[in-house]
Design a protein. Structure first.
Length: 353
């Protein structure tokens, strides 16, 4: 496999599955965590290694290390491996997704932004999402007529904070997630509910359905559920462990236990909550976004700008959502007809914000 983002949480779990099932790791692509990458190189002996910069490349224990965006794209094109795992974070993952499509490779996709920004240009016929929610939806479908898709949200680190305290929360508070530990961006996105807005659009592109909603399930045990036209609802329930969707994405089917079953006799009551726009103002544009998914480039670009500003203490937490909502108002009639237009709009938005 070609693994993009090997030192992140998805990448580490992917390598755990590769080790467990004796899968070949052809290429490792990572950012700045050279210490962990060096350990991965020693253990998995890849043919190719790509990092973010020349400075990082000089710290890697590997002959002929490549670096930069073009090197990632070349690695995808030149590798004999037929599967690409894209676990890169942010808009940097888009071009590798398109390159994997172009090369006819199977794509195991954890990079949400690829579908959020350019879903209409991504071939999903050879794509498997590495995402608990979308994996759960796929697992449940079984060729029955569907009325509605539902995904769940944890509510993020601030789900129980008083509303009047949100403006002044610190980065450490935002990153203190009650259910799991992942990267900084996705944890911030969980707190703003941007992550769930993204997953709604992912579901639209993956399953060609517009009737999609989300609800907060505080224990993160139910990942998704489907309302069928016959009036029944089926839920996908499992401990939150990314190895499960990763295993299916890499292997196609799994005939052994990946995660332990939940013992419901020992489980306290499940709790569901509506996504309140007073706490998560970004949620008010969910339906508008479904109707015009071209807004994805606007929402994603401004979100990445706003997160940088929040991390650098230039804005407060609530201003992340305000910036995005203002951008949607400004670009609400956007229509995108080509990949090149996406990159042009990104440049314009970055100059505006």
């Amino acid at each position: 496999m070609i693994l993009l983002g090997s030192t992140g949480s998805i990448g580490v779990n992917t390598l755990n599955i590769a080790k467990e099932f004796n899968l070949n790791v052809d290429t490792l692509v990572a950012g700045n965590n050279y210490a962990l990458l060096n350990k991965q190189i020693k253990e998995f002996n890849p043919k190719n290694v790509v990092v973010s910069t020349k400075e990082i490349a000089q710290k890697i224990d590997f002959n002929n290390v490549k670096y930069g965006e073009d090197a990632i794209l070349n690695a995808i094109e030149e590798s004999d491996s037929e599967i690409v795992v894209n676990a890169l974070v942010g808009e940097v993952g888009l071009k590798p997704t398109l390159k994997a499509n172009e090369c006819g490779k199977k794509l195991a996709l954890a990079n949400k932004e690829s579908l959020v920004i350019a879903g209409k240009f991504v071939d999903t016929s050879n794509l498997t999402p590495i995402d608990s929610e979308h994996f759960g939806l796929w697992y449940l479908m079984n060729n029955r007529k569907i009325k509605k898709l539902n995904i769940t949200a944890s509510g993020g680190a601030l789900r129980d904070y008083p509303l009047d305290k949100l403006q002044n929360v610190t980065l450490d508070e935002v990153l203190n997630h009650p259910n799991w530990s992942m990267g900084m961006k996705i944890t911030i996105d969980s707190a703003t509910m941007v992550n769930k807005i993204f997953e709604v659009i992912e579901a639209k592109w993956l399953f060609d359905i517009d009737n999609i909603d989300a609800v907060i399930e505080t224990k993160s045990l139910i990942h998704s559920f489907i309302d069928f036209v016959d009036g029944s609802t089926t839920a996908h329930i499992a401990y939150a462990d990314m190895r499960l969707p990763i295993a299916f994405a890499l292997l196609g089917k799994v005939d052994k236990e990946i995660v332990k079953h939940i013992d419901f006799k020992t489980l306290s009551n499940l709790e569901f909550r509506e996504i309140d726009i007073n706490r998560y103002p970004i949620w008010q544009i969910k339906d508008e976004f479904i109707k015009n998914p071209d807004l994805g480039v606007v929402i994603n670009t401004i979100n990445e700008i706003a997160i940088d500003k929040f991390v650098n203490r230039e804005i407060n937490f609530l201003e992340i959502s305000r910036m995005i909502l203002n951008g949607v108002d400004k670009y609400n009639n956007i229509k995108i007809n080509s990949i090149d237009e996406i990159f042009e709009i990104q440049k314009k938005i970055k100059s505006d914000f």
